[in-house]
Design a protein around this ligand. Structure first.
Ligand code: H2U
Ligand code: ZN
Length: 354
């Protein structure tokens, strides 16, 4: 690998942003905390949890006695459905300079997806059929929301752990669907399109092939998906999951690919948990084709995992100083992060104990 010991910057062709890499700093003395904090065991059912079966949520709605996954409309949605948003073009402020004070009304639908009735089982601890059921629910929800005329994009994501602002340990993900394409997928789709126009090929297909050839940054792989610490990763143990087939949309996955997606996500999250022997926090989400009626042949389905932890269960990376003012920076190289994750046992540490 070029420049591996020296400060250098790497380019992210999806976001068109650079990251500063300072591998020589990884050797610097560290006086912070390094010991692990034992993670508490949660009960299988918590009478005070607003996501557990049979319990009441804020606002008084009662959860059914669900057995598998459970989806409900977010009681505190960030966006309101078109009929309830109360805004339309006619209400644009009339006397402001739109080049400076640029705003527009938006609408959308936000949902919460509980993984299972079990309060204590995170994604890596589900059995494979339960993990598949979660993937299938994301697909069903994508299709369901895509049918709604005003919805342009469906963002499936999971915030895991208090460190990421997750409000409840009961394993769940969220879906926010919007009447516009949000910033990050919009930038990525533009980059993918430019690459396709210029090279008549797919950027992520090419990237995947190159990573599989060198395998330096590959963390795990199966028949249909590969998990990589990307060359341009910002977060210490960031992972990009790429589908082998050039599909753009979660609902385009076939039965075998659905199983493979559940499997690769478990392979990733088990290794994450094993790294510091804690329930590893992260934000993850899928980038897929918009559902606004236009065609996006350049879209290539992928997931980003952005975990905040750096060198132990308690040392978090902060995006401050130079990173906040100038550009992101990392010390640990993506190659080192990938080799550490690859070296983790494929069995969850909690299952190794018993
Ligand atoms: P987190 O994934 O960040 O923990 O968010 C959980 C969501 O659950 C959050 O968006 C919603 C919050 O609005 N919620 C409900 O819909 N009903 C409740 O009773 C509490 C929380
Ligand atoms: Zn619960």
């Amino acid at each position: 690998m070029l420049y591996v010991e020296k400060p250098h910057r790497r380019f992210n062709p999806l976001t068109r942003e650079w990251v500063l890499v300072s591998p020589h700093r990884a050797q610097r003395p560290w006086l912070g905390q390094v010991e692990k904090t034992p993670s508490e065991r949660l009960p299988a059912y918590d009478p005070d949890c607003y996501l557990c079966p049979g319990n009441s949520r804020a606002g008084g709605k009662k959860n059914p006695d669900y057995q598998g996954t459970f989806v409900f409309d977010n009681d505190f949605p960030a966006l309101l459905p078109p009929d309830a948003s109360g805004l339309n073009e006619g209400q644009k402020p009339a006397h402001v300079d739109q080049r400076i004070f640029c705003a527009e009304p938006v609408s959308g639908i936000c949902r919460v997806v509980c993984f299972s009735p079990r309060h204590d089982l995170t994604f890596p601890e589900l059995d494979i059929t339960e993990a598949e059921a979660v993937v299938r629910t994301w697909i069903e929800q994508t299709l369901d929301l895509a049918k709604i005329a005003d919805i342009a994009y469906v963002q499936v994501f999971e915030n895991k752990g208090e460190m990421m602002g997750c409000s409840n340990p009961h394993p769940h993900s969220q879906i926010w669907s919007t009447n516009y394409i949000p910033n990050q997928p919009a930038v990525e789709l533009a980059s993918l399109l430019d690459y396709q126009v210029e090279h008549d090929r797919c950027l992520l297909c090419d990237y995947l092939r190159a990573e599989l050839d060198s395998s330096e940054r590959v963390v795990a792989s199966n028949d249909a998906f590969t998990a990589i610490v990307p060359f341009w990763a910002i977060w210490p143990f960031e992972i990009l999951v790429i589908s082998h087939r050039h599909v753009g949309f979660l609902p385009e996955l076939d039965v075998a690919e659905i199983t493979a997606l559940a499997d690769i996500m478990q392979q990733i999250t088990i290794r994450y948990d094993n790294l510091f022997e804690i329930s590893f926090p992260y934000s993850m989400g899928f980038h897929q084709s918009p559902v606004n009626g236009a065609s996006y042949p350049q879209s290539h389905l992928h997931a980003h995992f952005y975990p905040p932890l750096l060198r132990s269960a308690t040392v978090k990376k902060f995006m401050v100083g130079f990173e906040m003012l100038a550009m992101p920076q990392r010390d640990l190289t993506p190659e080192t992060a990938a080799s550490r994750l690859r070296a983790m046992p494929a069995v969850h540490y909690r299952h190794q104990e018993v």
